[in-house]
Design a protein around this ligand. Sequence first.
Ligand code: HEM
Ligand code: HEM
Length: 209
Amino acid sequence: MTTRGRFDAVTITLHWLTVILFVPLISSVLLLNNASGLDAATLLDIHRGTGATLFAVTLARLCWRQSFARLPPFPEKMWSVHRLMVTGSEYALYALLLAQPLTGLAMTLFHGRPFTLILWQVPALVARNKDLAAWLHGIHETAAYALLALVGGHATAALIHHYLLRDDVLSAMLPLVQPGRRGDEACVQIVPSGSAHRAKRNRTGPASI
Ligand code: HEM
Ligand code: HEM
């Protein structure tokens, strides 16, 4: 029995960095409802800072994915519809991870007040526009729910693969895990020698239907 092989170290690092950044990003807005004064300002600083960092990480991730990344090929028996769903949901995740910080930043700008972005004190760059800021807030909020739903489904699918189907989908993305099918100590991993690009193209190779 062979395995699909693993994602490369950079992809794995950027993937789990994204997950780590999500913790302060989301908990800061959850706590915001119960905060006031300085607390609220600090929480918003954390939210904006982690959101902007996540934007940079996502851009780096996409550039890496399109160039040197090693993506394990999909299992040969995987149906085309399933492949399409996985690929589609991954690109939807990327799209939302890039769009969210932009709507968040635009909303903040149209509040027409100076604000802190990581270490940068940003002055009021545009005139206050309450209606536009409120409209952008609506988009930011709705897209955040869509992103959270997608992330929830994505993580659930990974856990189902790991604990119920007992395959190597999750271990391919885990750091510090020996490659190999879970529970199959004797399996041999066959990784195409030296060609990240070949492995990547295999990902969208022939499907069973
Ligand atoms: C992937 C990145 C991001 C995600 C997932 C995200 C998610 C959220 C969520 C869930 C809320 C709460 C919505 C509500 O119920 O009001 C929120 C609010 C907000 N976000 Fe983001 N956000 C991201 C990035 C950013 C960035 C980069 C900025 C600014 C530079 C930003 C600025 C704001 C502001 C100003 C609010 C309104 C807070 C308030 O209620 O006063 N967000 N965001
Ligand atoms: C903030 C939360 C998350 C985001 C935004 C996210 C995003 C992504 C994206 C875009 C990919 C595609 C591969 C790539 O281009 O790097 C991916 C792959 C993957 N993720 Fe996540 N992920 C998140 C959380 C999780 C969690 C919590 C788990 C595990 C419980 C997980 C397990 C996986 C696995 C196993 C793959 C590889 C799937 C495959 O073989 O195609 N992810 N993730």
